[in-house]
Design a protein around this ligand. Structure first.
Ligand SMILES: Nc1ncnc2c1ncn2[C@@H]1O[C@H](COP(=O)(O)OP(=O)(O)OP(=O)(O)O)[C@@H](O)[C@H]1O
Ligand SMILES: [Mg+2]
Length: 71
């Protein structure tokens, strides 16, 4: 039996609250859903500030997400 290694991102939401700027909330990741198979090459593309680094940090558990699931 073979089990394929995958990254699975399901319904992930992540906000930042800027406590020193009147508690402004930044909705950075909204309902992120995708999967990446073992050996698959994907590009994470988006304008500056769109949340690419935040998403990667969530994938390696440097940032916790508010809701959703990462396997
Ligand atoms: N630790 C943090 N605390 C508060 N806000 C944050 C934090 N990390 C990121 N942000 C905010 O989240 C948003 C997304 O930032 P992020 O660094 O993920 O973008 P990016 O797509 O990687 O941008 P770039 O292309 O410039 O690297 C930005 O508004 C950023 O200011
Ligand atoms: Mg970045």
């Amino acid at each position: 039996m073979t089990t394929e290694t995958k990254i699975i991102v399901s319904d992930v939401n992540k906000t930042f609250v800027l406590h020193n700027q009147n508690g402004i909330t930044l909705d950075v990741l909204s309902n992120a859903n995708f999967s990446v198979a073992s050996g698959e090459c994907v590009v994470l593309n988006g304008r500056s500030g769109s949340g690419k680094s935040t998403l990667l940090r969530a994938l390696y558990a440097n940032y916790l997400v508010d809701t959703g699931n990462i396997e």
